[in-house]
Write a protein that binds this ligand. Structure first.
Ligand SMILES: C[S@@+](CC[C@H](N)C(=O)[O-])C[C@H]1O[C@@H](n2cnc3c(N)ncnc32)[C@H](O)[C@@H]1O
Length: 379
């Protein structure tokens, strides 16, 4: 199958690898359910196809929940992850440390030995107050204080993630598709839940085997990878936000405020720009697209330039993307991004289509198929 200038290879058998689902059974990978994430298996497959060797540097500039660098540590590659979301950076960091189970156990015991202290709730938003039964919120703030006093930084990060996971389970939070809802229901007491979740995570630490040191995880913008030197990366494996897809930050509003002291950041829109800007310079190939799509592709073109800059000569990249559905049309991101990558200087090796959802308007009128694809690039 050919679409314009690029060979499209159809591999619909691979569709589930581009979802987070397979990670739910894998130690450490399962520490944070990230709906937008892809699987460990996909990273293993892509690393093999792109010829990554032991000791190579693999970058994921949209690292999300850390699947790429975590898998790299298992395979003996050096992983670097960048993300603009403090929550994603934190989760990736927590999943890519090398922990001592004994040290974690001691830190957990010392947190559990503290007594709850009455907490003042003045600074908290109504959203946070509505998300928990009062008793759980009091308990949570006390445990957060206890975790903050843990001296060893890695243990502190680990326990913070365990507590965040426990807090969600002891809350009224219900994430329905891309909407955050609060549903009043009986919830389990937080302290025993925290113990159970942290203990299960410590068991995971004993199960995973790493062949390289901790990954480097940075908060940053994929359009300006200032911390990464020119031609210093062997391979890029990544999945940027999908065009016209869900708003990430709203879903995690409660965690962001409680654990990262961020109130309702409208940081990340469905396009990858951090700040809404005036319309970008014109790219002729984008003529006729909706404005939000133009902004998305403009930002992605900036990010592709950065990928080109940091890759070594001959370096390869695999970029997982999907088409955007608009009321009257489907915008085929894979071929547009491939063309933008070519403008930047990349050779497009192929586009592998892994899923294809028929999009309709008014339920019956077929407006096209939104493809999910992997774009293979070479510098
Ligand atoms: C599709 S998710 C990546 C999921 C990841 N592959 C995983 O398995 O968890 C896209 C990520 O891009 C991040 N992002 C959005 N805009 C960004 C930007 N300008 N720079 C860096 N990261 C950005 C989002 O915070 C989100 O974590």
């Amino acid at each position: 199958m050919f679409q314009g200038a690029y060979p499209l290879e159809e591999r619909y058998d691979l569709w589930s690898l581009a979802t987070f689902k397979p990670n739910r059974k894998i130690p450490v990978h399962r520490w944070f359910y990230f709906k937008e994430g892809f699987s460990r298996e996909l990273v293993v497959m892509l690393a093999g196809e792109l010829g990554v060797s032991e000791g190579d540097i693999v970058l994921d500039p949209f690292v999300g929940s850390g699947t790429t660098p975590l898998t790299c540590m298992e395979l003996g590659y050096r992983g670097i992850g960048v993300d603009a979301s403090p929550l994603a950076v934190f989760v990736s960091l927590a999943k890519t440390r090398i922990y001592s189970p004994d040290e974690l156990r001691q830190a957990l015991d010392s947190c559990l030995a503290t007594r709850p202290i009455h907490q003042v709730l003045d600074g908290l938003s109504n959203t946070v107050k509505r998300a928990f039964p009062m008793k759980s919120l009091q308990e949570l703030l006390s445990l957060m204080d206890a975790v903050e006093t843990v001296e060893n930084e890695d243990s502190r990060i680990f326990l913070k993630l365990a507590l965040m996971n426990a807090a969600v389970k002891a809350s009224y939070i219900y994430r329905d598709g891309s909407v955050l809802k609060f549903v009043k229901r009986p919830v389990p007491p937080l302290r025993p839940l925290f113990r159970k979740i942290a203990q299960a995570m410590i068991d995971d630490v004993k199960k995973i085997h790493f062949r390289s040191g901790p990954a480097i995880i940075l908060e940053g913008d994929a359009r300006r990878l200032e911390a990464i030197e020119d031609e210093s990366v062997n391979v890029i494996i990544t999945s940027p936000p999908y065009l016209n897809k869900i708003e990430y930050t709203k879903m995690y509003e409660v965690e962001l405020e409680l654990f990262f002291r961020k109130k309702r950041l409208d940081l990340l829109r469905s396009y990858i720009g951090l700040i809404a800007r005036s319309p970008p310079r014109e790219i002729p190939s984008l003529d006729g697209l909706p404005d939000s799509a133009k902004l998305y592709f403009y930002d992605m073109s900036e990010s592709l330039k950065e990928m080109w800059r940091v890759l070594m000569d001959g370096g390869r990249a695999a970029v997982v993307v999907a088409g955007g559905v608009y009321p009257d049309k489907v915008v085929e991101s894979d071929v547009i991004l491939a063309a933008l990558a070519e403008d930047v200087g990349f050779k497009v090796e192929k586009i592998r289509v892994i899923s294809r959802r028929v999009a309709t308007s008014g339920r019956t009128h077929r407006i096209g198929a939104a493809r999910e694809s992997i774009i293979y690039l070479r510098k």
